[in-house]
Design a binder for this molecule. Structure first.
Ligand code: EPU
Length: 398
């Protein structure tokens, strides 16, 4: 079905919090051409669509604060293919999986540097894309495995985990311009990427709909194992040490020291294990991943946090932190919330996840938007009262 239009649709399955909310109208399209046709018909008054408009992926970074009075759009554009390989429009929903389709490894050779460009439709589940890359021995998104949501939203939100952000592997973002009705392509450098941010969610919010993303991947190993315990976990599986080759050019003498058996699939599996041990499975317990951003504060604020911690725990107490450049420090919000004693805190049907306090959860599956909002305020107040740091939600409130 190329185009679907529903009125009064239940959105329970369209937000990973599992909120029982609905929207006045829901539109789903399966290709850029269908979106263009629909847009033209709407401009000429053929469709009456309640406003406001909201484009969603899988609703994995959204908190619906009530029923949505307008029209929700969703892309069902699903394809993964080597960039530049044209297909008939009807093929767009096909996700190539056969060995003949392996980009860069079959048919056409990878660029001499090992770079392979792969394009994925906005509606491809992000983790399906990660699995496809790993299955095809392409490096790039393996550290981002297991993140809920879809490829288009990943490029809007600049998802990140375990030392990698999606902007690191995005080459182009293809969009539909809702003002002119034209298809436009942006280079990654034009997308104004920042920490969980891009022009698609700030300056140009609402103007562009991402239709597909072109990724720059590597056919030669480029493991990024520097975050937390990732290297140790990979070495445990491999049974031997893995040298740090981050920053060394692919194919260089340094990178050829990597042990045999180190594959993108293996790193992906390690990341999935780490995630499963820390984060709730959205299929079992509703959440939107990290609810708050990690605050980036001036050094003076960090010093204040450190003195509060020393007063409480003694002079040896270390506050985890990362240098964010220009005199700013990033402090893990999880640590701040943990220090307020809120890990595992429960308020009605909502709770602070017991293994990762940055995640607010729909504990019973029956949490209302009000319960999540109450908990959000409670956490923010606790952190600001104790440390003088205001947390800001990463999750978009609708
Ligand atoms: N920490 C605690 N108590 C806890 C858990 C963590 O004090 O119970 C402290 C520790 O000091 C730990 C630090 O928080 O070292 C950081 O924790 P973690 O490595 O789990 O990462 P995070 O900063 O809390 C970020 C992303 C996650 C991503 C992880 C791993 C944000 C807002 N969140 O969390 O992304 O998976 O790093 O890379 O940047 C998401 O965006 O939805 C998301 C899950």
């Amino acid at each position: 079905m190329p185009m679907k239009l529903y009125y009064g649709k239940d959105l329970s399955a369209w937000n990973t919090f599992g909120m029982k909310v609905s929207c006045a109208c829901f539109v789903e399209y399966s290709s850029v051409a269908r979106l263009q046709e629909f847009w033209k018909a709407w401009r000429y008054g053929e469709h009456v669509l309640p406003k406001p408009f909201l484009h969603i992926g899988r609703g994995s970074n959204l908190l619906f604060t009530g029923d949505f009075p307008g029209t929700v759009f969703h892309s069902d554009i699903k394809f993964i293919r080597e960039y530049g390989k044209s297909r008939e429009e009807g093929d767009e929903t096909a996700v190539p999986r056969s060995s003949e389709e392996r980009p860069g490894t079959a048919g056409r050779p990878a660029e001499s540097s090992g770079v392979v460009l792969v394009e994925a439709g906005a509606g491809v589940l992000w983790d399906d894309f990660c699995r496809w890359c790993a299955d095809n021995s392409l490096w790039g998104p393996e550290n981002l495995s297991g993140i809920p949501g879809e490829t288009g939203a990943a490029a809007v939100q600049n998802i990140g985990a375990y030392g990698v952000e999606v902007k690191d592997i995005v080459r182009y973002v293809k969009c539909f311009d809702c003002v002119t009705g034209a298809a436009v392509t942006f280079r990654a450098s034009e997308c104004r990427y920042g920490y969980r941010d891009s022009m698609f969610k700030s300056g140009a919010k609402g103007r562009y709909v991402v239709t597909s993303v072109v990724f720059s991947l590597s056919a030669v190993p480029v493991p990024r194992l520097g975050y937390g315990h990732v290297r140790a976990a990979v070495e445990k599986v491999l049974g031997r040490p893995v040298p740090d080759v981050a920053g060394c050019p692919a194919g260089s003498a340094e990178s050829s020291r990597l042990p045999d058996g180190l594959t993108a699939s293996m790193v992906r599996d390690v990341i999935l294990d780490i995630r499963n041990s820390k984060l709730p499975d959205p299929a079992v317990m509703g959440s939107a991943g990290s609810f708050f951003k990690n605050p980036v504060v001036p050094r003076s604020d960090y010093e204040r946090v450190a003195s509060v911690a020393r007063l409480e725990h003694g002079m040896d107490c270390e506050v985890p932190h990362y240098d964010a450049g220009s005199g700013f420090i990033k402090i893990p919000a999880a640590w701040l919330i943990d220090q307020c004693g809120l890990k595992g805190f429960r308020a009605g049907n909502a709770g602070v996840y017991e293994k990762q306090p940055l995640v607010l959860v729909n504990l019973t599956g029956k949490a209302s938007p009000e319960e999540i909002l109450y908990l959000e305020n409670l956490v923010r107040n606790a952190v600001v009262n104790k440390f003088g740091i205001m947390l800001h939600p990463e999750v978009e409130h609708v």
